[in-house]
Design a protein around this ligand. Structure first.
Ligand code: ASP
Length: 317
């Protein structure tokens, strides 16, 4: 059945199992996911664009300290925050990205500003921060992104003597990147992704999230994808574009393309994580090879759903 609009979001994948959470904590995450989904959904329902919808949903997730993007971003090995984000418009296959930025309150706004207000596609570090400071976008001190939870995780990581903990079984193995994909009534898809990266990452490290074709991709001819997981592997597998290519050139269904890339190609390399994807016909797919992925989507009947663990489905009236 063709659906006029569709939306899904994620808030990261990893070792998310019921015993890792208190009930109150879980409820808060579900509420935050539902609110972020609604922020995008109201735009679609009012006839807005998928680009505006994914940006609004990602801003809501960036504002929520539970997720590793914007407020609540993880710490680098130098005890600061370096933020990455990307946005892509499936209608024009235009995109914008920022990496290693330190002062923009909502990095996804920065990605969009690079797309719409510069002659470039991607800006990084000090140059990106300088460009963004020249626009009317909220700026903050780097310490504004601090939270006690992330500082604790950072200290634990360093005490463990490991640079970054990426073994799927490790207790701290939890990604928190955020992203959104949407289809609007005009038939256009869009995707956006935003992240603080990985706890204790080397200063200057960039993951898959802001790389067009790795963590973020949108093309009206195939699919819009936003990814979360161990970025180095997502880059090596060009995950988001690989899914699109299987659909466009290989005739794969959305379901088969997402499954075969996330459970096959990516896993074979050793990569953990997941993706959310929307096809121009309105079909959604949320696929992950970790025990859980923070996620939310609108059902075909218009109801909103949130989930953390595999096979979970909390329906919101
Ligand atoms: N993909 C992100 C990165 O590697 C991390 C995440 O998904 O949480 O930077």
């Amino acid at each position: 059945m063709k659906q006029s609009t569709a939306i899904a979001i994620h808030g990261g994948a990893g070792v998310l199992t019921p015993d890792a959470f208190g009930v109150a904590e879980r409820d808060e995450v579900h509420r935050a996911l539902r609110e972020a989904l609604s922020a995008g959904d109201v735009i679609l329902r009012a006839g807005g664009t998928s680009l505006d919808a994914v940006e609004a949903a990602v801003i809501a997730l960036e504002e929520c300290p539970w997720f590793n993007a914007g407020k609540g971003a993880v710490f680098t090995d130098e005890g600061e925050h370096e933020l990455d984000a990307a946005i892509m418009d499936g209608a024009r296959r235009d995109a914008g990205a920022v990496a290693g930025i330190r002062h923009l309150r909502n990095p996804v706004r920065g990605a969009r500003a690079v797309m719409e207000r510069s002659e470039h596609l991607m800006l990084i570090g000090g140059g990106a921060d300088r460009f963004l400071a020249g626009h009317d976008l909220p700026q903050v001190e780097n310490a504004w992104f601090d939270t006690e939870l992330r500082r604790r995780q950072w200290r634990e990581q360093r005490q463990g003597g490991e640079r970054v903990s990426l073994e799927p079984g490790a207790p701290g193995y939890k990604f928190g990147t955020v992203g959104a994909v949407a289809l609007d009534a005009a038939g256009h898809v869009a995707a956006a992704t935003s992240t603080g990266g990985i706890t204790n990452k080397r200063f200057g490290r960039v993951g898959d999230s802001p790389l067009i074709g790795a963590g973020t991709w949108a093309d009206d001819r195939a699919v819009a994808v936003s990814a979360t997981g161990h970025g180095e592997y997502f880059i090596r597998a060009a995950v988001a574009h690989e899914i699109a290519a299987r659909i466009r050139h290989g005739g794969a269904s959305l379901e088969a393309a997402c499954r075969d890339v996330v459970q096959g190609e990516l896993k074979e390399l050793g990569g953990s994580g997941g993706v959310i994807a929307v096809a121009p016909e309105g079909e959604l797919r949320l696929e992950f090879n970790t025990p859980g992925m923070y996620r939310a989507w609108r059902g075909r009947d218009g109801s909103l759903h949130t989930a953390i663990f595999a096979d979970e489905d909390r329906r919101h009236p």
